[in-house]
Design a protein around this ligand. Sequence first.
Ligand code: UDP
Length: 376
Amino acid sequence: MTKVLLTGGAGFIGSHTGLTLLESGHQVVVVDDFSNGSAEAMRRVAELAGLGPWRQASTEHWTAADPEGGRLTLIRGDVRSPQDLDRAFTVDGGDISAVLHFAGLKAVGESMTQPLRYWDVNVTGTVRLLEAMGRHGCQTLVFSSSATLYGTTDQVPIPETAPLQPINPYGYTKAAVERLLTDVAASAPGWRIALLRYFNPVGAHPSGRIGEDPNGLPNNLFPFLCQVAAGRRRHLQVFGGDWPTPDGTGVRDYLHVMDLAEGHGRALDLLLAEPPQRLTLNLGSGRGHSVLEVVQTFEATNGLRLPYTVVARRPGDSAVSVADPREAERRMGWRTRRSLADICRDGWAWQSANPQGYRSAEKEPIGELIRAQHGS
Ligand code: UDP
């Protein structure tokens, strides 16, 4: 049984990946500061994986386990803190085989007004993590990169070899971390590193128990549209009806978060099975859908009407962004299996069952939340 550390494992992609890894027999340690992740998400991941009850081992450390050796450990901590990282690497006897590094800030607009915060959390956080990996003898890392690195290219679809030309501080920090990891991989033998460039991860676990729960006003189309459907927002604004696309609205490559989670599992298995290497892979479906197609598919799948108005283009957007995902299929036999209709069905199952996301439960301190749930 392999033990892996997930930084930011209580967030949207980390929680779904954590569940996938637990279900495939890994032990999972999560370190998260809960700035954009949720203890309630962790509680539900444990529940879906059949783990429990939770036990509190220290003020900042909880574990849910099963008799067969399944184990999810949660540590409240910051990736910029060497002490918090040391705790994550040594908890329950240590021996972390690999790190999946999800922790980071990801709102483009916010990155333009708070660049220092983005460089600090995303870049300094990764430096601190690599130092901790050095102290604890771990050289296997899967990094959450982004198709934002390709900027506003006209290339369709986009292969991994396309030029990197990010256009905002968020994108610059992702590019900087890719560069940093490339330098680290070249500096010493033994590093196994996967840079996974996500396109547009959306949807939710089909149970409707875990999903995306953005802080404040969602920046992205899919969570915004879910909140319109749930009555939390009055209507959707479609950014631009005059793009050079078949219906004039922007085209993106939306992939189901469970496909993305499985992609992480494959990348991890491959890194651990093969000789040391650095791998750069697009994770996308290879299919593009326009904003109006997403709206129509959501309406048709869920029997709802979504009010929208077409407004001006959003600065920094491009007409089309679609992955060439063939390298991921060639290297690790991975491709997306779920359709846009699956995404809309599962996304709505989550949003309709949790119209306020995890929020009501999140008001509780994490220890209280876990104690309240399990009565221990
Ligand atoms: N979009 C939109 N209204 C929104 C949010 C996004 O029309 O409220 C459009 C956006 O212009 C783009 C697509 O939806 O064409 C996906 O945007 P998102 O922010 O989700 O992802 P990204 O732009 O990062 O690919």
